[in-house]
Design a protein around this ligand. Structure first.
Ligand SMILES: Nc1ncnc2c1ncn2[C@@H]1O[C@H](COP(=O)(O)OP(=O)(O)OP(=O)(O)O)[C@@H](O)[C@H]1O
Ligand SMILES: [Mg+2]
Length: 477
């Protein structure tokens, strides 16, 4: 794992000593800058474009003593660790400097081992002191918006787990922000300078997926004309995001289990065993416990992945976030479609707040994009929204039928691989079937209660049950 780039400021009135330390650090791969006096150091710290991690300063210098410099740095840049360089006969002054807040001191002449050991400790201290600021910056950048307690809790958990190298399993319904959350973990982790690579474990046929993740050797199969690295290899020193892990075919689950256990793998058709220096984050909207029960997901893989589970709550359980998100998306798409004045009216925001949002944040985002793109007026009202939505059985929101794209267009838009050639209607029926089953399960097969839960009439629920072939369905206890 590469540490993030480090940078040191060396302050010494003797250029020869400065350059010795500089070249020593260079050999260790640490960037440094040398200045010859305290005032120059302050000027540098004030104007430098990058962060300085550690200052290392001589104690006795003519223009400004190391002690004076220390006091100024402590006041202006309190998080910056300062290491004092001192001659044998002035160790007591160095001790005094420690009392005044110096991080450590080195007695001249000092050797490479002493210098690097002290600096490594100072770096860690610098990272530790800088953590709150870095977290703020990562959070602000992450775009995982929302002030609800539920989202705050999830965000905090993500930030905490980011520090460790532990495997994370992000769970939540479709469109709740799982990928965004995975990127947040990567950016807040020590691997942030490395790559973030995503692999969709449900999108390809098995053999394609295998070579996609593990890579292949030349000649491994027909069409493998060159050696190709897999996502796992590309993610080296960084993070591999195993998306839709619940859809992973069985054979691939076995191979993934091995990588997670042993951190080694082979390319498809290869003999060489390669090391995977990778942090794993997996995500799924599926009920893995149920898949395990049905025998389609391996229990041992589940436990390997589920080291730190993080749940992202559905949007309907954190309605406080809806207005914040809606305003944010309005602004984003307003800028994109050159309609910067586009905004939801207060009444429209209230209306949005009351919707069921089965597609969660993604659905709100898509709806807002559509409304902003179509808006003839800067104000987006409740009526505009209502016109874009029709209700389907089960209270689902969906585009009005007149603008429903044919399946192929829909598949292209969502990037779904249309492997099974399912029609949009089939997909919808399947979704309804799942929702219906869930409602029957939740109500212990009470059809009237299920109707109320799904906000449809009794008559509709009977029709749906017939349409979905669930007449004889008995929910598991
Ligand atoms: N809290 C949030 N703040 C801002 N944008 C969000 C938030 N949550 C999700 N989004 C946006 O909603 C969209 C869907 O999010 P994302 O792709 O992370 O969801 P997902 O949980 O991975 O969905 P799926 O299970 O369908 O893959 C993205 O465009 C994302 O940027
Ligand atoms: Mg996703």
């Amino acid at each position: 794992m590469n540490p993030p780039t480090q940078s040191i400021l060396i302050v010494d009135d003797e250029p020869s000593l400065g350059s010795v330390i500089q070249s020593l650090l260079k050999q260790e791969g640490i960037a440094s800058t040398y200045v010859s006096s305290g005032p120059r150091a302050i000027e540098y710290l004030t104007t430098a474009r990058h962060r300085v991690d550690v200052v290392i300063t001589d104690l006795s210098m003519p223009e400004m003593s190391g002690m004076e410099l220390l006091e100024i740095v402590r006041e202006k840049w309190p998080e910056l660790p300062v290491v004092m360089l001192t001659a044998m006969n002035s160790v007591s002054t160095a001790v005094e400097a420690m009392r005044k807040g110096a991080y450590d001191f080195l007695v001249k002449p000092c050797d490479r081992v002493q210098i690097t050991a002290t600096l490594q400790r100072a770096f860690r201290e610098s990272e530790r002191r800088d953590e709150p600021r870095r977290h703020q910056a990562v959070l602000a950048e992450s775009g995982l918006l929302g002030d609800s307690d539920a989202l705050r809790d999830a965000r905090e958990r993500l930030m905490r787990v980011a520090e460790s190298d532990a495997t994370v399993l992000i769970r939540g319904e479709s469109g709740t922000g799982k990928e965004l959350a995975a990127r947040l973990v990567h950016k807040a982790s020590r691997r942030r300078a490395g790559p973030f690579v995503a692999a969709n474990c449900g999108a390809f046929a098995l053999n394609l997926l295998e070579s996609e993740v593990f890579g292949h050797e030349k000649g491994a199969f027909t069409g493998a004309t060159v050696r190709k690295p897999g996502r796992l290899e590309l993610a080296n020193n960084g993070t591999l995001f195993l998306d839709e892990i619940g859809d992973t075919p069985g054979e691939l689950q076995v191979r993934l289990l091995r990588v997670l256990q042993e951190r080694t793998f082979e390319r498809v058709g290869g003999k060489e065993t390669l090391k995977a220096d990778v942090r794993f984050i997996a995500a799924t909207h599926r009920n893995l416990e149920e898949l395990i029960e049905r025998g389609t997901f391996r229990e041992d893989l589940f436990y390997r992945l589920n080291v730190v589970p993080v749940w992202l709550p559905p949007l309907r359980d954190r309605r406080e976030d809806i207005a914040t998100l809606a305003r944010h998306f309005c602004q984003t798409f307003g800028d994109r479609y050159r309609r910067p004045e586009a905004h939801y009216t207060p009444d429209a925001l209230e209306f949005l707040r009351d919707q069921p949002w089965p597609g969660n944040v993604r659905e709100l985002q898509n709806l807002t994009e559509r409304l902003v793109a179509l808006a003839s007026d800067a104000r987006i009202t409740r009526e505009h929204i209502a016109a874009e939505l029709v209700r389907e059985p089960g209270g689902r929101l969906s585009p009005a039928p007149s603008i429903t794209p044919p399946p192929a267009v829909e598949a292209a838009r969502t990037g779904a691989v249309d492997a099974s050639q399912k029609s949009l209607q089939d997909i919808r029926r399947e979704r309804d079937r799942e929702a219906l089953k869930e409602a029957l399960r939740a109500t212990k097969n009470n059809r009237s209660a299920a109707a109320r839960l799904l906000k449809v009439s009794r008559r509709t629920i009977y029709n749906m049950i017939e349409e979905c072939g669930l007449e004889d369905y008995k929910p598991p206890r």
